[in-house]
Design a protein around this ligand. Structure first.
Ligand SMILES: Cc1cc2nc3c(=O)[nH]c(=O)nc-3n(C[C@H](O)[C@H](O)[C@H](O)COP(=O)(O)OP(=O)(O)OC[C@H]3O[C@@H](n4cnc5c(N)ncnc54)[C@H](O)[C@@H]3O)c2cc1C
Length: 553
């Protein structure tokens, strides 16, 4: 044995570093499992637990890491100069996609008659998202495309069974010859994304009814390797929605020229492209001139997924932080035993539980609304307003949350191999796409003023917790006052209050007293600082952490 191998010349021993977190169970989360049962998907618990174990396995975590390290590459031409417009992905991406589609995280719930199927999908996303976030983009758009496609029954008849399939089939072929399809969407153009009415892409009718050709550009179209895309373009009758296949029924390539892939802050496993259309064949979905109204149903679904993905990032980074502080010591004591660190973690745990609980409540509303299982459309009205409220607030909390969780790991958290920078970079995106912060806040105002029943649905939900906590009752009264003076400039303030009051009401009804009490004391009562870790001294931190951290605290 050489001296070096025997360790004689080693400069130091590795101490005070945590063991690897994996394998761990990403579904070991009381707030998640209780929410799943409450919202009608208790029958899926075994699958969610199985998926949670798989998500936390060393192999799946490695896929997540590799899919982001080895980014997709665009190949515009083949070696002979023909346009091919292919995006090549690392095998890890395909592994992640295969599991996600097989586990029903794309559009499968639309073909599942069991009440709670949409909740089960959301819960699956909450655990499988512990691997990485990027591949949640094509699965989300595929999920959201189905209700839009139903506006054109003859197209839905052909494509819906393939979109709802649990088979991942990444080959570029005639869609109807494949075992499963993925859908993307192209709305945003250079001159505007929030205001899609400014779209300049044109749609010219052909001699065949319902068939058009498109000409123009899109500035953002993610997951360009999808099989079909919902695209907005200006037809003679105004902005309209179209279905664009990449391969035409005769096997030829549709004109879908990918000019570039975006060099993004995060979400790097996923490709986001700039496609050009020129003579591109497109099929009309919904009436001409009603493009926004047609595609808006998609937004209800993708916004739910933004809330879900933000809640997932919170939970994942909280689990990472909790693991680190359990094994790391400083100044003679484990970090997890130090009072100030416990307050930081407990504050994060409250935020995470509130986000998860709201996500599952929104999924339950979506499930009942799309099935028509709700009395007098009350769940549909609640879904409409609460999804926009949740999208605004939960995604806004993501960046601050992930930054704080990252800091629990100290310098190690700032280093890529901890995985925390990747989660941190992902967080702001969830607030940008599917309606940026201001656009979402203004959408809440629009719903309140123009869509009857939405305010009533929200207050009916809040009334279910009436009398349980005086701070919550006072917050509901305050909220009613704020509504009477609602203005565009004050929209963020109003929506923030709506979100906090709604989260508090859900926790008061469903979470242990320690959680609900600390949430109301901090988020509703003004006894809270501006950074995480500023809970009132009286907060029952031991109970909060015992519930939140796997293995207790
Ligand atoms: C990684 C990534 C992937 C994407 N993938 C897709 C995709 O697949 N398909 C697709 O169609 N799009 C996609 N997008 C585009 C995304 O949906 C848009 O960026 C988003 O909708 C905002 O549009 P915009 O960028 O044009 O910003 P703008 O519309 O120019 O908005 C800029 C800012 O102004 C604010 N604002 C807008 N209107 C108002 C107002 N009335 N009052 C106050 N503030 C206002 C917005 O909130 C925003 O903060 C993607 C974006 C990213 C970053």
């Amino acid at each position: 044995m050489t001296q070096e191998l025997s360790g004689q010349y080693a400069t130091h021993d590795v101490t005070n570093q945590p063991p690897p977190l994996s394998p761990y169970d990403a579904s070991e989360d009381a707030a998640l499992l209780e929410g799943v049962r409450r919202e009608g998907a208790g029958w899926a618990e075994e699958d969610i637990r199985r998926l949670g174990m798989r998500a936390g396995s060393a192999q799946a975590q490695e896929w997540g890491e590799q899919a982001n390290r080895h980014e997709p590459e665009l190949r515009t031409h083949d070696r002979y100069g023909h346009r091919v417009d292919e995006v090549e992905f690392h095998p890890s991406w395909h592994h992640l996609m295969r599991v996600a589609v097989a586990e029903g995280l794309a559009a499968a719930p639309w073909a599942d008659e069991r009440p709670g199927a949409h909740v089960a999908r959301t819960a699956g996303g909450l655990v499988w998202g512990h691997t990485e976030a990027g591949h949640g983009c094509p699965t989300s758009m595929t999920y959201a495309a189905v209700p839009v496609l139903r506006r054109q029954p003859e197209l839905a008849k052909v494509y819906e069974p393939l979109l709802t399939s649990r088979e991942y089939d990444p080959e570029l072929r005639v869609p109807t010859e494949k075992r499963g399809l993925l859908a993307g969407m192209g709305m945003t153009e250079k001159q505007g994304g929030s205001d899609v009415r400014t779209n300049t892409t044109t749609a010219t009718p052909t001699a065949e009814p319902g068939v058009y050709t498109l000409r123009g550009h899109k500035w953002f179209t993610s997951a360009p390797m999808c099989d079909v895309f919902l695209v907005l373009a200006q037809a003679p009758g105004g902005l309209s929605c179209f279905l664009v296949p990449r391969i035409l029924p005769d096997g030829s390539r549709n004109a879908f020229r990918i000019q570039r892939l975006k060099d993004k802050l995060g979400n790097r496993s996923n490709a986001s492209s700039e496609p050009e259309f020129d003579g591109t064949v497109a099929w009309l979905v919904g009436p001409e001139g009603r493009g926004v109204k047609t595609i808006i149903e998609m937004v209800n679904c993708t916004r739910l997924d933004c809330v879900m993905s933000s809640a997932t990032l919170m939970r994942k980074t909280l689990v990472e932080a909790g693991h680190h502080v359990r094994y790391r010591s400083a100044f003679g004591a484990r970090l997890i035993d130090q009072p100030l660190m416990r307050h930081v973690l407990a504050d994060l745990a409250l935020e995470s539980e509130a986000a998860t609980t709201l996500t599952l409540r929104l999924a339950g509303a979506a499930d009942r609304a799309v099935r028509g299982d709700d009395v007098d459309g009350a769940e549909a009205a609640f879904r409409r307003i609460a999804t926009a409220v949740g999208k605004y607030w939960v995604t806004k909390r993501g960046p601050a949350f992930t930054a704080e969780a990252l800091e629990c790991l100290g310098g190690n958290g700032y280093v890529e191999e901890s995985g925390m920078p990747r989660h941190y970079r992902e967080a702001p995106l969830l607030s940008i796409w599917e309606g940026s912060g201001n656009v979402n806040a203004l959408d809440v105002l629009r719903a309140l003023s123009r869509e009857p029943g939405t305010a009533e649905a929200l207050f009916a939900e809040l009334a279910l917790a009436q009398g349980a906590d005086a701070r919550l009752d006072a917050a509901v009264t305050r909220l009613k006052g704020l509504l009477t003076t609602a203005s565009e400039a004050g929209a963020r303030r109003l929506v923030e209050q709506m979100a906090l009051t709604l989260q508090a009401s859900l926790l008061v009804r469903h979470a242990p007293t320690a959680i609900a009490d600390a949430f109301c004391a901090s988020r509703l009562d003004g006894d809270w600082g501006h950074a995480f870790g500023t809970l009132p001294d009286a907060a029952d931190v031991d109970t909060i952490l015992g519930r939140a951290l796997p293995g207790g605290a």
